[in-house]
Write a protein that binds this ligand. Structure first.
Ligand code: NAD
Length: 503
């Protein structure tokens, strides 16, 4: 036991949402620059405590502190800077080109306005980066936030709260409600203005269903079974190193982990040899020990899923090339980094989210076959294609059903604050990060003005015979989208306008 957090009730959650609602209007009234001052102050505090934060994340999750630093703390420092400095530009009012209507004195603008209170429900695998990134985007957009972290990583979330408190963020703008699924349910039931949910497919469906009762919009960032394709012209040594980091970082507990690998038959032997050799060099052990690459898993339930997938595959004829079992001589929940071959899509390890350090490798002959295998999944979060021919890798990337396809890269674009993150199919909907993610934090208001305030519209009453002729003219000429093509109608339009629409 490393600490305790409260199991907050529905009444506690409702009170937090009330505080958030009360605090939000004054926050929304601040300029972007003023809001950014708080974010940048919080960022300074994070920067001064990087080791302390990384150690806390490590103690709660079992990942090495160095991995907490590189995969969580460093990217959030960048994201805080990015959204503090660029939100104003990204949410500037936008003029819409309204074609021919513009000629008649009209103009249309989109204004981006805060939603109000955003509820964030987050998982345990990246307990610092996942919630903090969304807290920053929501706050910069002018919202208040109620954050429900995973019950397995409450202390890291409370640290996020402490940082913002120290940065003097006005009270109520960031409420943290610790607890389990019941606390999450209570948050959805309050009818906040948006739910940003990150977690499993099963819980995501429950959240969407509960949110529907209030018509609360939801972003769902759910699980994945992310494929990696290795083509015959790839740099095999580098692709092997990418595969093992992609599969074993965070002990395989990343939504974008490489969970299945497809290698072209002609280079399979060489690629697999590199993968196995590299995997055997990895150090696994207590995360706090220097030099450890692969730490522990965060909870035993997840470890049991990994064991089930491995034994299901073995029973169906798979071969373990290295690893393959739970470590029993070390205190904690460790599973060896495991490479498997002789696998196919009849095995759970190739179809269900394993969320553990297992890399099953299958071969393919043609590019089309590789794409078909990659797409043979209920998930579609990220995918990776490795090869040296840009035209070929792009062509494959476009055919793959995934929210993000990385070419000669794996996993990492969640760390790029400017790029959108999110899935297709059962991996969810909506986006986080980048401008698309920021737009999830606002409502879009369309304001349309008619500057010819003195003139009646030609389509208003009365529907006279002459009006009918004009409408026929519109059908033929106006809807083409070209102002020139509509010009022959001008005399009729002007006549109708001057007659104030009456015959
Ligand atoms: P989970 O679905 O069990 O829990 C996620 C959160 O939901 C937790 O805070 C939990 O307490 C809460 N919760 C549980 N029941 C709830 C309910 N009925 N209503 C509201 N909230 C409820 O997921 P997990 O095990 O914590 O996380 C692992 C999963 O998250 C994996 O599937 C992983 O792929 C996914 N994930 C996805 C992304 C992404 O960006 N797409 C990122 C990280 C993790």
């Amino acid at each position: 036991e490393i600490g305790r957090a409260a199991l907050m009730t529905a009444a506690d959650v409702a009170a937090s949402v009330r505080y958030a609602r009360a605090a939000q209007p004054a926050w929304a009234a601040l300029s972007y620059r003023e809001r950014a001052e708080y974010i940048l102050r919080a960022r300074k505090l994070v920067l001064a405590q990087t080791d302390e934060i990384a150690n806390l994340i490590s103690r709660e999750t079992g990942k090495p502190p160095m991995e907490a630093l590189s995969m969580e703390v460093v990217p959030t420092l960048d994201l805080m800077n990015h959204f503090a400095r660029h939100t104003e530009k990204m949410l500037q009012r936008e003029k819409i080109d309204i074609g021919q209507y513009g000629v008649f004195g009209r103009a249309s603008y989109i204004f981006y306005k805060p939603l109000g209170v955003v509820g964030i429900i987050s998982p345990w695998n990246f307990p610092w980066a996942t919630p903090l990134d969304e807290v920053v985007m929501a706050l910069m957009a002018g919202n208040a936030v109620v954050l429900k972290p995973s019950e397995l990583t409450s202390l890291t979330a409370l640290k996020i709260g402490a940082i913002f408190k120290e940065a003097r963020l006005p009270k109520g703008l960031l409420e943290i409600v610790t607890g389990d699924g019941s606390t999450g349910t209570a948050l959805v039931e309050t009818g906040v203005d948006k739910i940003m949910f990150t977690g499993s497919v099963a819980t995501g469906k429950r959240v969407a269903e509960a949110a529907a009762k209030h018509l609360t919009p939801v972003v769902l960032e759910l699980g994945g079974k992310d494929p990696m394709i290795v083509l015959d012209d790839a740099d095999l040594e580098n692709a092997a190193r990418a595969a093992i980091w992609g599969a074993f970082c965070n002990s395989g507990q990343a939504c974008a982990s490489i969970e299945r690998c497809y290698v072209q038959e002609s280079v399979a032997q060489e690629f697999i040899a590199h993968v196995v050799e590299e995997t055997r060099t990895l150090q696994q052990g207590q995360p706090s020990v220097e030099g450890v690459d692969v730490g522990a898993m965060t909870n035993e339930r997840q470890l049991q899923i990994v064991e089930r997938h491995v034994s299901d595959a073995l029973a169906k004829g798979a071969r373990v090339e290295t690893g393959g079992k739970r470590l029993t001589d070390t205190r904690g929940w460790f599973h060896e980094p495991t490479v498997m071959t002789n696998v196919d899509h009849s095995m759970e390890v190739m179809t269900d989210e394993t969320f553990g350090p297992v890399l099953p490798i299958m071969t393919f002959k043609t590019d089309d076959e590789a794409v078909a295998l990659a797409n043979d999944s209920i998930y579609g979060l990220t995918a990776a294609v490795f090869g040296s021919d840009t035209r070929r890798t792009y062509a494959m990337a476009e055919k793959i059903e995934a929210g993000t396809v990385m070419i000669n890269e794996v996993v990492y674009t969640h760390a790029v604050a400017q790029t959108p993150w999110g899935g297709v199919k059962q991996s969810g909907y909506g986006r986080t990060h980048g401008r698309l993610g920021l737009l999830e934090m606002v409502t879009h208001q369309h304001i349309h003005i008619n500057r010819f305030y003195w003139a009646a519209d030609v389509w208003w009453f009365r529907y006279t015979a002459e009006a009918g002729k004009l409408f026929q003219g519109f059908a033929r000429r106006f809807t083409t989208g070209s102002i020139l093509s509509a010009s022959p109608l001008l005399p009729q339009i002007i006549r109708r306008l001057l007659k104030k629409n009456a015959d």
